[in-house]
Each structure stands twice: as structure tokens, then as C-alpha cells.
Ligand binder design. Structure first.
Ligand SMILES: *Cc1c(COP(=O)(O)O)cnc(C)c1O
Length: 438
């Protein structure tokens, strides 16, 4: 396994080490989601005690500037006072009813207003549920079974989607999960990202079996990989020709790369969209929606079943609505763009000064420094050729310098509104030290 190649980087503090040992006795690998374990960088995780703004505080009281942002949701910063106050206010009125509330309508209305392709939207409790729901309705609507995904994209942990699924899986060198029946895996075909000809050829051969093509419009889950010019438009055309639905998974990019997501940035109209992360403001949420005729197949309107005890949870809707309200204020995306551009340029410059071959890729407030001498990373093949051991050493050095960077070469870093000039400046200074230490 890849992890055995990495030199140990026992960077975590004694308090975290003790907590990790305790956790490992009762939780598989000591964590409740694999990438948190730091195995991809050869270390052990820092346990977190609290967070505020751009700062995470470890269990031993040490502060870090955070670029994980809970893997995307914390775009307005941790423990934003307005979000916290709203959650507290709403909690006083009860935390779940299992019955409809006005707040769910408000969140659905905000989503529909920002994503005109989403005419009807269903709320879930996670991004995984959103992609499962979207693809079930795509299959129910088309009467076809096959789904096409693109290598390196991650769409949650549904059985048939754990095929060449980026980050967590790529990190562990398991392109496929145990426990997935071959017959189920066989209902999903994985093709290379940024290669519309490969999709065209596949659809020529088997187009009448394909219910949907699902992809990350800007990939965050193999490290940050933008779509090639014209790629999304070409997929739209290919779907129209074959009758497959275009499902854009904006769980990570929605309200992140632009308020209207990647679909507004690149001008593509999907049949179905999946959301999550930011729309829950740090509480568990997902959503899927799209064309009215397609979404009208969802129960209780139609025959495609999907449900959830906590779907549209009052606290999650409240945190999400407040987060979206803050994001709609003037200048937010300009600020995110400015600080992220400065960070990306600073990282590239620091790498050059240290004579390190690194290419920094960025869309909005998502970015990745790839340890590669290729001019760009365009697909999973390119990402997979990066020097993970060098990334691991860089990650450990950044942590020593007080920067909490995503613990994998195949994860995007997230900048929030709470990352001010000082935070970005300190991060670039830390990167200068870290690139020299690689
Ligand atoms: C995070 C993510 C998911 C899964 O969301 P969960 O809430 O973790 O289930 C799906 N798709 C993409 C693109 C994601 O980044």
C-alpha cells in the first residue's frame, strides 16, 4: 500500500496521539471517515477541540490556520457568530419533527433561485444520499440501468459509485471497495475525465443503455482539476443525442466556485444537480433536483422511492440558510477570489524559490499544489503520477509551521471568508519553509 512508502511523520501532539490510540480501540482506524486518518501523508491525525474563523485549535491547545474547512462547508469560517446564533435560536424550538416546516421551503426556494436548472429539489442528510437519489431517479425516468462516471470523481460511497472514485480511495490505492458485488459494480462504467471523445465512443457503442453521466464539473476529489474548455458543453450535447441525463455533482462546488455553482461559471445546464456541504453550513445536509418532468418521478409524486428521517432537518436548514444569506452579501466572492489567487501565486512562488516542481491549480476558493513536473494535471492519470511522498513531507512541514492543509495530494484545499490578509501571508511564509524542507 502507498502508505508504507511514506516516511513516518509523527507530527501530531501527545494529546492527539493518546486520543488516537483510544479512538482506535473502538472505531475502525480511529476515525469515522477514512481520509481523516492522515495515512496518505504517513502521519497520525490531530484531534480538534474547537474552531473559530480560519483557526482550528488542536486538543493540546495549539492553533492552526485551517484549509480543510470540514472538506468544504465552512465557507464563511468556523463558528460564524450569526450562524451559531441562528442554530441556537432554532434549537430552542425543537431539533426534529419528522414533519414539514417552512424553513425547508425557504432553503429549497434559495436553491431554485440560484440554480435555474433545478425546478424541483429534494433535501437529504448527506451528499451521498443526494447522488444516490439523483441516479435512482435518472434510472427510473429513462428506464435504463447503466451509469457513466469519470475517473477520479467522487460521488459519495454508494456501492456502484465506488469505481475509480478519487481521493479517499485513490489515496489507499483501492480503485474498488470490497463488499461491492460485481453485478452492482457492473452497472457503472468509469471513463477518463476531460476526454469527451472517450464518452462519445462509449455512447456510440452502448448509448441506449446509459441512464446518466455523472461528474464533478470542477473536480475536487483528485486534487483540483478544472474542466477543459468546451468539455462540459460537449457532454451536454452527447447526453442530448443519446437520451442519457447529465447529472452534475456540485456537492463540493455548489455555492463555492460561484454562488450559482460551476454550472453558472461554465454556462452548462444539467438535467439534475446534486448539492451538499455549504447548503448545510456545517450541519449534515444534501439536496438533489432538476427538471420538473424528471423530479416528478420522485415519491410521493411518482414511483421512485427515496426518504430520510432527518431530511430537511431544522438545524441544518437554519445553518444553511444563514450561510447562504452571508454569501449573498456584496463582495463575498470577490474577496474569496482575491485571497485564493494570492495564496495560489504565493505557493507557486515559494515552490519555485525552493526549486520544487509543483503546479498549483485553482478555481475560485478551491486549490491544489500538485507535486509534478507536468505543466498541468487534467485527469486521474496525471494526478496519480504526482510525488505523494514529497507531498507528505510538505504536509508534515506545513503542520509544524501551524498550517492544517488537507492530508492528501488528492484533496482540494478550501479558502474561507475568514482567511484575512494575515492568514494568507502567514500561510505563504510557512510554505516557503515547507517547500525547502521537502
Ligand atoms: C463530499 C462529496 C460527496 C459526498 O457527500 P457526503 O455528505 O460526504 O456524503 C459527493 N460528491 C462530491 C463531489 C463531494 O465532494
Amino acid at each position: 500500500m502507498i502508505i508504507d512508502l511514506l516516511q513516518p511523520a509523527p507530527m501530531s501532539d501527545p494529546v492527539s496521539r493518546e486520543l488516537f490510540a483510544r479512538a482506535s480501540r473502538v472505531i475502525p482506524g480511529g476515525v469515522n471517515s477514512p481520509v481523516r486518518a492522515f495515512r496518505a501523508v504517513g502521519g497520525e491525525p490531530v484531534f480538534i477541540a474547537r474552531a473559530r474563523g480560519a483557526t482550528l485549535t488542536g486538543a493540546d491547545g495549539r492553533d492552526y490556520i485551517d484549509y480543510v474547512g470540514s472538506w468544504g462547508p465552512m465557507i464563511v469560517g468556523h463558528a460564524h457568530p450569526e450562524v451559531v446564533a441562528e442554530i441556537q435560536r432554532v434549537a430552542e424550538a425543537g431539533t426534529s419533527y419528522g414533519a414539514p416546516t417552512e424553513r425547508e421551503i425557504e432553503l429549497a426556494e434559495q436553491i431554485v433561485a440560484a440554480y435555474p436548472s433545478m425546478e424541483l429539489v429534494r433535501l437529504t442528510s448527506s451528499g451521498t444520499e443526494a447522488t444516490m437519489g439523483a441516479l435512482r431517479v435518472a434510472r427510473g425516468f429513462t428506464g435504463r440501468d447503466l451509469v457513466v462516471k469519470l475517473e477520479g470523481c467522487y460521488h459519495g460511497h454508494a456501492d456502484y459509485l465506488l469505481v475509480k472514485a478519487g481521493s479517499g480511495l485513490a489515496t489507499f490505492g483501492t480503485p474498488d471497495s470490497a463488499g461491492v458485488p460485481a453485478a452492482i459494480a457492473g452497472t457503472c462504467a468509469a471513463l477518463p475525465y476531460n476526454d469527451a471523445d472517450a464518452v462519445a465512443a462509449f455512447l456510440d457503442a452502448r448509448g441506449d443503455e446509459v441512464a446518466a453521466i455523472i461528474l464533478e464539473p470542477v473536480v475536487g476529489n483528485m486534487g483540483l482539476v478544472p474542466p477543459a474548455p468546451g468539455y462540459l458543453a460537449r457532454l451536454r450535447e452527447l447526453c442530448d443525442r443519446s437520451g442519457a441525463l447529465l447529472v452534475i455533482d456540485e456537492v463540493m462546488t455548489g455555492f463555492r466556485v460561484a454562488y450559482g455553482g460551476a454550472q453558472s461559471l461554465y454556462g452548462v445546464r444539467p438535467d439534475l444537480t446534486c448539492l451538499g456541504k455549504i447548503i448545510g453550513g456545517g450541519l449534515p445536509v444534501g439536496a438533489y433536483g432538476g427538471r420538473r418532468d424528471v423530479m416528478s418521478k420522485v415519491a410521493p409524486l411518482g414511483p421512485v422511492y427515496q426518504a430520510g428521517t432527518l431530511s430537511g432537518n431544522p438545524l441544518a436548514c437554519a445553518a444553511g440558510l444563514k450561510t447562504l444569506e452571508i454569501l449573498r452579501r456584496p463582495g463575498t466572492y470577490e474577496k474569496l477570489e482575491q485571497s485564493s489567487a494570492r495564496l495560489a501565486a504565493g505557493l507557486a512562488q515559494a515552490a519555485r524559490e525552493a526549486d520544487r516542481s509543483v503546479v498549483v491549480q485553482r478555481v475560485g476558493s478551491m486549490l491544489t499544489p500538485f507535486f509534478t513536473d507536468a505543466p498541468a494535471v487534467r485527469n486521474w492519470g496525471g494526478a496519480d503520477r504526482c510525488d505523494r511522498a514529497a507531498f507528505g513531507r510538505w504536509h508534515a512541514a506545513m503542520l509544524r509551521e501551524g498550517i492544517y492543509w488537507p492530508p492528501s495530494q488528492f484533496e482540494a484545499a478550501f479558502v474561507s471568508l475568514a482567511h484575512d490578509d494575515d492568514a494568507i501571508g502567514s500561510t505563504i511564509a510557512a510554505a516557503r519553509v515547507a517547500f525547502r524542507a521537502v
